[in-house]
Design a protein around this ligand. Structure first.
Ligand code: FES
Length: 143
């Protein structure tokens, strides 16, 4: 499992610098609350990523790199949603645009709604989702 924190932003401001968030990820690891490159003891083998709940602020979209792929996490009162931000057309990284309530692909103008369904453009299918369960203070991400 590889985990790098990329960014945590308010829903309306997804243009924040990724580099600063990468630095924040390793800062978390140094503080002992997360690991950039290992799952840690007691985490089942089928888990792709073990993320400290503290790094998933409620109501905010948090983008992490899971196995070198961008995954958006959204923690609400209903639970934690995890969705791939790789476009299903040719794999470009999507960005959430709060004003439009859409994920937009910079490559060929594909768009997806907040449920990950294709709205327009060439993407052939919806965005991939991941299962997330909570174990103690960790969010466990599975395929
Ligand atoms: S890669 Fe996203 S629309 Fe082509």
């Amino acid at each position: 499992m590889r985990l790098l924190r990329k960014k945590t932003v308010d829903a309306g401001s997804l243009s924040a610098s990724r580099r600063s968030f990468l630095a924040a990820a390793c800062g978390l690891a140094a503080a002992g609350t997360a690991s950039c490159r290992s799952k840690g003891p007691g985490v089942p083998d089928d888990v792709l990523a073990a993320i400290p709940l503290a790094s998933l602020p409620a109501g905010q979209r948090t983008v992490l790199s899971v196995h070198d792929k961008p995954v958006e996490f959204l923690r609400t009162e209903k639970g934690i949603r995890a969705r791939s931000l790789k476009c299903t057309h040719l794999g470009c990284e999507l960005a959430w645009v709060e004003a439009d309530r859409r994920y937009r692909c910079p490559c060929h103008e594909g768009t997806f709604d907040d449920e990950g369904r294709v709205v327009s453009g060439p993407p052939p299918g919806p965005l991939r989702t991941f299962s997330v369960t909570v174990q103690g203070e960790l969010a466990l991400v599975r395929a």
